[in-house]
Write a protein that binds this ligand. Structure first.
Ligand code: SAJ
Length: 449
């Protein structure tokens, strides 16, 4: 009855505008209803009464959830991983809870998609988690909901895959629901930039989606950067990480040449970085880990191939970086044979097993590849990492004179800040410093990559 009353009053109001053409009247009426939908959401965003859902509360979704809830919104995290759910709920933040009950998606005014978009062993994109998340959202999609994809995907994925799935609900984007894309830029362990300091690129299926999304991010991010299309935003994310991958591979490959002629590549990079323009420092390392840099660029490679374009530079860069753990293992073997004899059984201590310093994340970590290669050479390998208490069936060993002296070689593979590297020198054990923690300071028992 209420609905028909609203319908009637709207119809009368519209028709009183003097348009007696029924088609114009009906169109105006629909326009009014549509504006009502977006205006309601806009009001909820402005008044912070919008309920915000986040599909996937890993490092991206959980960081986003803390930021959005700290801005004053009620946030519901959705995940299939009970540990992730427990971690959020045990924090006891009243306006940030997590659940595996996806039916609660229907209570959300906004739903972010922050699920992983990995690649498989042959570097082919794997959108299974992404499509599964979109289908769950479609199940509970309601009129006026805003869906914002943050997961890194190839250009055209939101429009070509997410949109059709959502529209099987019978609702259409920009009329019944809103659909946008804003690439995640969470940087684990980065203490220099808070969440709010990192500008957010934003694009929508239409202007209303874009504007609603920009106004929401504007509540907890200092700078929102609207771009012309969703594809531009998808492309931007992948390109910014491809830039990093290629530059890391450049410094890794050139380091081999520098090393061959006795030049310290880290010193070269530091010297080049004194140029205040046109140079961005990247440093040689034992390999490229994590879930962004060695992954995102292959979404570009894969999509470019569909357009008969070969982004060979990215594939070459990937090969250079993938080859680094093998170089470290080979260098370790040479050092051991030089310092410890060819036949003697060798024991190696790897310092740092996470993929990058000061984070407790081992995904795609080069250190673990190096470990496996040393084990295949018959070496006994132990590790120390203050962020990882146990892995590969062993525990992190404490660094002390008594423990360190039992090793034939120490490999500094991830340079956490909270490790006493000078203390390691006291043991006079050969050290392979793949991260330049000794900054090239010449000491007899320190070897560079
Ligand atoms: N690495 C090098 N040399 C370098 C920089 C990194 O070998 O000069 C290695 C690291 O050891 C690590 C891998 O590359 O194994 C990736 O390092 P990363 O610093 O890029 O760390 P990520 O994977 O956490 O990348 C994130 C990305 N952020 C997002 O995707 C939102 C990336 O875009 C950032 O540039 C990066 O953090 C950052 O700058 O810290």
């Amino acid at each position: 009855v209420l609905a028909s009353f609203v319908f009637l009053s709207e119809f009368i109001q519209v028709s009183s505008l003097g348009f007696y053409n029924p088609y114009i009247q009906f169109t105006l009426f629909l326009l009014k209803l549509y504006m009502e939908v977006s205006r309601t959401l806009k009001t909820k965003i402005e008044q912070k009464t919008a309920v915000v859902g986040i599909m996937g509360v890993g490092y991206v979704g959980s960081n986003l959830g803390w930021a959005v809830s700290s801005a004053g919104y009620n946030v519901v995290g959705f995940d299939i991983d009970k540990h992730k759910i427990y971690t959020i709920n045990s924090a006891g933040k009243k306006n940030f809870i997590a659940t595996d009950d996806f039916s609660k998606l229907g209570t959300c005014d906004v739903v972010f998609v922050c699920v992983p978009t990995p690649v498989d062993k042959s570097k082919k994109p794997n959108l299974t988690p992404f499509v599964r998340a979109i289908k769950s959202i479609k199940e509970y999609l309601k009129k006026g909901q805003l869906i914002i994809v943050e997961s890194s995907v190839a250009p055209g994925t939101v429009r070509g895959i997410a949109l059709p799935v959502l529209q099987t609900s019978g609702m259409t984007a920009e009329n019944d629901f809103f659909l946008a894309f804003s690439p995640e830029r969470v940087d684990p362990g980065n203490r220099k930039y808070e969440f709010c300091d990192i500008p957010k690129i934003v694009a929508g299926m239409g202007n209303t989606s874009k504007d609603l999304t920009a106004s929401l991010y504007g509540k907890f991010v200092n700078k929102v950067v609207p771009v012309s299309s969703i594809e531009t935003a998808e492309f931007t994310k992948l390109f910014e990480n491809t830039f990093r991958l290629v530059n890391i591979s450049l410094v890794n490959q050139v380091q081999e040449y520098a090393d061959a002629i006795g030049i310290d590549m880290n010193e070269v990079v530091e010297a080049a970085a004194t140029k205040p323009f046109g140079f961005l420092p990247h440093y040689p390392g034992p390999g490229v880990g994590g879930h962004c840099i060695p992954v995102d660029p292959y979404y570009l490679v894969d999509d470019a191939k569909k357009h008969n374009i070969s982004l060979s530079i990215i594939e070459d860069a990937g090969r250079i970086n993938s080859n680094r753990p093998k170089k470290v293992a080979g260098k370790a073997q040479r050092i051991l044979e030089e310092t410890n004899g060819v036949k003697k059984h060798h024991t190696v201590l790897i310092v740092g097993v996470t993929y990058k310093p000061d984070v407790a994340d081992v995904r795609e970590s080069a250190s673990l590849e190096i470990w496996e290669m040393l084990r295949e050479k018959g070496y006994t390998v132990h590790y120390h990492d203050p962020y990882i208490s146990a892995i590969n069936g062993v525990s992190s060993i404490e660094l002390s004179d008594d423990t360190v002296k039992n090793f034939d070689l120490i490999i500094i593979s991830t340079d956490h800040k909270n490790i006493d590297y000078d203390g390691l020198l006291q043991a006079k054990i050969p050290i392979l410093d793949t991260r330049n923690v000794y900054n090239g300071n010449a000491t007899t028992n320190v070897f560079r990559l």
